[in-house]
Design a protein. Structure first.
Length: 275
């Protein structure tokens, strides 16, 4: 019986130890120095974990540079802008290199703009400088199943963007103004960081995508290469011959898994997103 208890305690201790190691990212000291790698994947809905990782890596003196490993078509405008702002802030402390994988378009391109160097594969899909706002209109479906909605509102536009009815021409014009304003922000930020005239950026900022090779020729990225290229660039910038790569802990939120798909389907949001 005592042996069984010892085995159970040992197993529990091992599980706890593994959890702690994962939670701290298994940060073992290495000769030469460390480079933090933050992976940005999928549609960007919430920036909270990425912001936290950027702040931790930015304040950690053992991490000499940060690589953003991006494989995303973009996402919600405000989320992309918050990550952009944090990249800009942490970039004042240490070098940040963006490494584009298969896709780094729209909001994923936006957040990479403050990086010291943007690296893309020749076949990476990037660009898609533009804004989209969309939501389903359920009016006819609800009528078929006999569901009606009553709305009491303070002013005429309070329910603009509702899924329960179509917009009128005035509302569409108002929403177009919102989209255009955010689009102008995207163009201005791109022009600022890539040091390209606004008119030249606008010429290509019609939602089109580029390959990495095309983006390099147009000045929208800095160099062509793989993730290993980005690691080498980071090492050269901080004088580390063989950087030790540090990754943040993996996180899974059951709430996000259930809530985000519903929000994405029903609520109108502004997106920097390549479809």
């Amino acid at each position: 019986m005592q042996t069984k208890h010892i085995i159970i305690v040992a197993v529990v201790a091992a599980i706890i130890l593994i959890g702690v190691m994962i939670g701290v990212g298994i940060r073992s000291p290495m000769v030469g120095g460390s480079v933090g790698v933050i992976e940005i994947t999928g549609v960007i809905h919430s920036p909270k974990h990425i912001l936290k990782d950027l702040k931790i890596f930015g304040e950690d003196p053992s991490i000499k540079a940060i690589i953003l490993r991006i494989n995303s078509p973009g996402g919600v405008v405000a989320a992309s802008q918050e990550i952009y702002d944090m990249v800009k802030r942490q970039g004042d402390k240490k070098p940040i290199i963006s490494s584009m994988e298969s896709v780094a378009a729209s909001g994923a391109y936006y957040l990479a703009l403050p990086s010291d160097v943007i690296v893309a594969n020749p076949g990476t899909i990037t660009g898609s400088i533009g804004v989209i706002m969309e939501w389903p209109v359920l009016e006819k479906l609800l009528q078929k199943i006999g569901i009606e909605f009553e709305t009491v509102k303070s002013k005429e536009h309070k329910d603009i963007g509702s899924s329960y009815r179509r917009m009128n021409d005035k509302e569409r014009q108002l929403m177009q103004g919102v989209v255009t304003d955010v689009y102008d922000q995207f163009v201005a930020v791109t022009a600022e960081h890539r040091m390209i005239p606004v008119d030249s950026v606008a010429r290509y900022a019609d939602g089109r995508v580029f390959t990495g090779g095309q983006a390099k020729a147009l000045g929208f990225i800095d160099t062509l290469g793989s993730f290993e290229t980005a690691v080498e660039i980071a090492g050269d910038m901080v004088g580390i011959e063989r950087p030790h790569l540090i990754y943040p802990p993996k996180r899974v939120s059951l709430v996000d898994l259930f809530v985000e798909p519903v929000e994405h389907l029903l609520l109108p949001k502004l997106y920097f997103l390549w479809r």
